[in-house]
Ligand binder design. Structure first.
Ligand SMILES: [Zn+2]
Length: 731
């Protein structure tokens, strides 16, 4: 097969750079090759595929040169893999496993020995490399060439999912590529590949039916170029047969306008998230671009969606099939859509339970969450769900892959999905279950969306960091947009942006977003919440730390405007946020929590803060009123800090100085802000029972705890975090 030259590729990105590769050792070159293959989603999906190189290396014990197979291990993604993601195994020991396998009386695909042999892989580990090797190891080990790429390219899976795949394959590749029928990856598939190559020594690669591509070469650059050439050839063939406007049978309905679509999404996303989240909460990713709309609007969408996805990587996330809603955006309203959603999901759960019952084995793991993870809505697009933003984005990406596969297959033949039993045997594979069982327990606020208002600094910022540490998705909101985004960026520096930032149509936010809001303006709050709904599908907890302290003038007087402003922010603001969030909570029907930040000043009257103290006393009662109003769905509690000077915008330099003057504490005009604040904080600390300064982190800890199930039976209460001020004791 003649390989394309770098400039020939139109359907994949040619990324090999000799200058880079020549400076690397063989293992580094494997990592490099893997990264550039994974960088192009047309080559392989996120987390999909694996690569290997068989490299001669000195044995750490004997010094003897041995052949070591480096192969991408379990978990991780080709694009981002480092050397640590690769397992290293003695090739001769891997080959010796064939004898172990042959000795088993019962063998073959899905026989117990296939799973048992996985426990033998640790006996083949070279140099104590702790990376667990993957189930695909035999696919690489038994191929008698140095370098092997196994990928999941949409263009090739399209051929692999055709009713007459082998015929189409021969049209594209002649006899240089062989076909192996679908079988679950494992030891037996490795042996089948070995036999296929032995019987057809001239072949360059194999199409794995309903799965993907595997190809090899003795030179790594050649292996990379061969992978790209095989994919490019398939993509060109599909392009030549593209059905254009008749793709998927042509359009059945039209897309809604952007404004109509967004309005519909605002209406349906919270109840939809609520319905699918009855057992476990899910985070949504919405896709509304032309690519997905062409599919969901089409004549064939209902038929193809019902067939389900093909590549095993895809349906582990998308489930065997999506929920397609037979809703006509031109002739039906969103009330009809909502009732179809409710009915459709109930039917989906019944179908899923029936599929489980029909396919289960005596030792199958228990039925998993039966809700759809992909929902297709004509005129609007796709909503994908996952346990976190990363997972829902990857779910969306995988269904896009499935759509591409169906488009290609239907252009040249007829799309066929994997038989239900085969899909089940992957989905409920005991090895897959063992992998799930090994996962660490979920964090306290995993699967939760927490909106922190005032997150640009001080207590709000500390709270955003605190809840993120417990697995929350954080909406960092602040009057100051840059400060809000800075907090969100800080969070993503710590926790990463997640995986699966896919095509332009998929909402690309990570586990945190920074948005602006003016809580004295109802419209501004609505805009904020609409963006949250689009980003995550809904909301679970709201923590308001935003507040304002307006200093009186030199005579101790506060103007009427400043009185009003103080109440607008500290009282009306909290109310408006609660009132707008209430609509989402009620639509979701999921329990939530609201924390409003008040102040110990609400209970302690003192000179110089008349408007502030009065507003905070009102805020305390607002907590109690809202607790009554929002029960039983939402718990409402108040956090009452005192004298948090560190990092607070409520203590600007002039207020700190006037306090120092008031309390006759020595200071110098030359002192830095932090020095002045520390003096004041220490003075305040001495007035408390615990005698230590109170920090934003102290407040954040309680704001976090009040949002968790630790306080699931507590509502309408005010929690002072003030170091112990007896004059603030509630009576
Ligand atoms: Zn695969």
């Amino acid at each position: 097969m003649s390989l394309y030259t770098p400039n020939d590729y139109r359907h994949v990105n040619y990324l090999w750079d000799d200058a880079k590769a020549s400076a690397m050792n063989p293992v580094e070159r494997l990592v490099y090759r893997s990264n550039i293959l994974g960088a192009d989603q047309r080559v392989t999906n996120t987390g999909g595929g694996n690569t290997s190189s068989k490299i001669a290396m000195p044995d750490p014990l004997t010094g003897e040169r041995v052949e070591v197979m480096w192969v991408k291990g379990s978990g991780g993604d080709l694009r981002t893999s480092k050397q640590a993601n690769f397992a290293s195994l003695y090739r001769n020991k891997l080959m010796a496993l064939q004898g172990f396998y042959a000795a088993s009386e019962v063998k073959g695909v899905k026989s117990p020995i296939e799973d048992q042999i996985v426990d033998m892989y640790p006996h083949t580990v070279f140099n104590l490399n702790p990376r667990a090797t993957s189930i695909d190891t035999p696919l690489h080990a038994f191929i008698p060439f140095k370098h092997v790429d196994h990928t999941h390219p949409n263009a090739v899976i399209a051929i692999a999912a055709c009713a007459d795949g082998p015929t189409v394959m021969r049209e594209i590749y002649g006899d240089e590529v062989a076909w192996v029928n679908w079988q679950r990856p494992g030891f037996d598939l490795g042996l089948v590949l070995q036999e296929t190559i032995a019987a057809n020594p001239h072949i360059k690669g194999i199409i794995l039916g309903a799965h993907g591509l595997i190809n090899w070469a003795d030179d790594d650059k050649e292996c990379y170029e061969l992978s790209l050439t095989l994919i490019e050839k398939a993509a060109r063939y599909l392009e030549a047969h593209d059905k254009g406007a008749a793709t998927f049978g042509g359009a059945k309905v039209q897309s809604l306008s952007r404004a109509q679509r967004d309005a519909a999404l605002m209406e349906i996303l919270p109840p939809l998230r609520g319905i699918v989240s009855q057992q476990n909460r899910f985070i949504a990713t919405v896709q509304t671009d032309d690519t997905i709309l062409r599919f969901v609007n089409s004549q064939d969408a209902a038929r193809l969606a019902e067939l389900g996805t093909s590549c095993p990587d895809h349906f582990l996330r998308t489930k065997i099939k999506p929920l397609y809603l037979d809703w006509n955006p031109q002739s039906e309203d969103t009330v009809a859509l909502l009732s179809k959603l409710q009915f459709g999901i109930e039917q989906y759960r019944r179908d899923y339970a029936a599929y489980y019952e029909a396919c289960k084995h005596p030792n199958s793991p228990a039925l998993r969450d039966p809700n759809p993870t992909v929902i297709l809505i004509p005129g609007i697009g796709m909503v994908a769900f996952g346990k976190n933003k990363s997972e829902s984005r990857v779910t969306a990406e995988f269904y896009n892959c499935a759509v591409e596969v169906m488009r290609g297959a239907e252009a040249v033949s007829q799309y066929v999905s994997l038989p239900r039993q085969e899909a089940f045997d992957i989905e409920y594979w005991l090895l897959e279950e063992a992998k799930l069982k090994r996962m660490p327990p979920e964090q306290t606020l995993a699967r939760n969306v927490v909106l922190v208002i005032g997150a640009g600094n001080g207590i709000g910022k500390s709270t955003a960091l605190r809840v993120a540490r417990e697995g929350a998705h954080v909406v960092s909101a602040d009057l100051n947009l840059e400060a809000a985004q800075a907090t969100a960026n800080d969070l993503m520096k710590i926790y990463g942006v997640g995986i699966g930032v896919a095509g332009t149509g998929i909402s690309g936010c990570g586990p945190a977003i920074g948005l602006s809001v003016d809580i004295t303006n109802r419209q501004s709050i609505q805009n904020l919440l609409n963006q949250v709904i689009l980003a995550y599908g809904g909301i679970d907890n709201v923590i308001v730390t935003a507040g304002v302290f307006v200093s009186p003038d030199k005579t101790g007087h506060i103007s009427d405007d400043k009185w009003r402003f103080t109440f607008d922010v500290n009282v009306m603001g909290g109310y408006l946020v609660a009132d707008e969030a209430r609509r989402i909570w009620q639509a979701q029907k999921l329990r939530g929590s609201l924390v409003l930040t008040t102040s110990v000043n609400a209970a302690v009257s003192k000179k110089g803060s008349l408007a502030y103290d009065t507003s905070k006393a009102a805020a305390n009662h607002l907590v109690r009123e809202l607790a009554v109003e929002l029960a039983p769905l939402v718990r409402v509690n108040g956090l009452a800090p005192a004298t948090v000077v560190e990092g607070s915008t409520m203590f600007p330099r002039d207020r700190v100085i006037s306090s120092l003057v008031k309390y006759e504490i020595a200071y110098s005009e030359a002192d830095e802000d932090n020095t002045l604040r520390a003096k004041l904080a220490n003075f305040y600390a001495q007035r408390t029972l615990t005698k230590v300064p109170i920090t934003p982190d102290d407040q954040a800890e309680v704001a976090y705890l009040l949002s968790t199930d630790a306080f699931s039976k507590t509502t309408g209460q005010i929690f002072s975090v003030d170091g112990g001020l007896h004059e603030a004791f509630l009576r």
